[in-house]
Design a protein around this ligand. Structure first.
Ligand SMILES: [Zn+2]
Ligand SMILES: [Zn+2]
Length: 271
């Protein structure tokens, strides 16, 4: 009999998005066969948060992180916080995210007023505190402000406060978030050559500065597909490629990366 020799967890993906509505069961099965034993789906709005919880209720190895992405911060219904709190009481909800700040101008959406972003981010830090859940932070070109807000609300953060997902920023932001106790998530875009628009530090440099016992692996599926599958849809089974690539950068065997990053996820999310 052959057992999967790999035990990895994809800490951030979106099987709750439309890209997976036709073949989600196959995608989950493929991940399991490759040894990706658990998958965390993340909400970006109330609707996708509800969907993440529904998926987690229907699949034993799926979990949900719920929250409002800064991109949606100006499109909220009045009682959004109440609904998040209700969803957050579900046992399969293990974190609040993806929340944070985003100063990137998307073609489909201009930058949301930073004051509104900050208000919604802070409200969700409070909410996570009430629910006793860690954070999954989204930061795009707003690292300084994200750190400032987190430091300002340090009294609301847990001892293991959460993780920054799909990390890209400066060495200074990395240093600050490590000091606050956060973990750092890396994705398939670490396999791309060169710098992403607006970034100033290579991901390999950031990974080399992040201790292995603070790294977690993610895919952000359906986005950020790693080489050699770049151009196609991303899926959780490819989180193994992320782990292998981190091993190359850190000069560590894959087995070590797999073991430590999986322990990190268990420590952070208690799954
Ligand atoms: Zn994100
Ligand atoms: Zn995401």
């Amino acid at each position: 009999m052959i057992f999967a020799l790999v035990f990895m967890i994809d800490v951030h993906c979106h099987l709750n998005f439309h890209a997976f509505e036709n073949d989600i069961d196959d995608v989950i099965k493929r991940a399991g066969q490759k040894g990706v034993e658990k998958i965390i789906n993340v909400g970006t709005s109330l609707e996708s948060s509800r969907k993440a919880v529904e998926l987690a209720n229907n699949h034993e190895n799926l979990y949900a992180v719920i929250g409002i992405h800064p991109y949606h911060a100006d499109k909220l219904e009045n009682d959004w916080e109440k609904e998040l709190i209700n969803l957050g009481k579900n046992d399969k909800v293990i974190g609040i995210g993806e929340i944070g700040m985003d100063y990137y101008s998307y073609t489909s959406n201009d930058v949301v007023d930073p004051k509104i972003q900050a208000k919604v981010f802070e409200a969700q830090i409070q909410l996570a505190h009430e629910l006793e859940l860690p954070l999954q932070i989204h930061n795009r070109h707003a690292g300084k402000d994200v750190i400032e807000i987190l430091k300002h609300h340090k009294n609301l953060l847990r001892k293991t406060p959460g993780m920054f997902h799909c990390f890209a920023s400066t060495e200074d932001v990395l240093k600050n978030l490590l000091e606050l106790g956060f973990y750092v998530g890396y994705d398939g875009n670490i396999t791309y050559k060169g710098l992403a628009p607006g970034e100033t530090v290579e991901s390999a440099r950031l990974i080399s500065l992040t201790p292995l016992d603070r790294i977690v692996c993610e895919t952000d599926s359906p986005y950020l597909t790693p080489v050699p599958y770049r151009g196609g849809r991303n899926e959780p089974s490819y989180v193994i490629i992320v782990g292998e690539f981190i091993g190359k950068i850190k000069n560590a065997p894959f087995e070590k990366v797999e073991k430590i990053t999986t322990e990190n996820v268990r420590n952070l999310f208690k799954i």
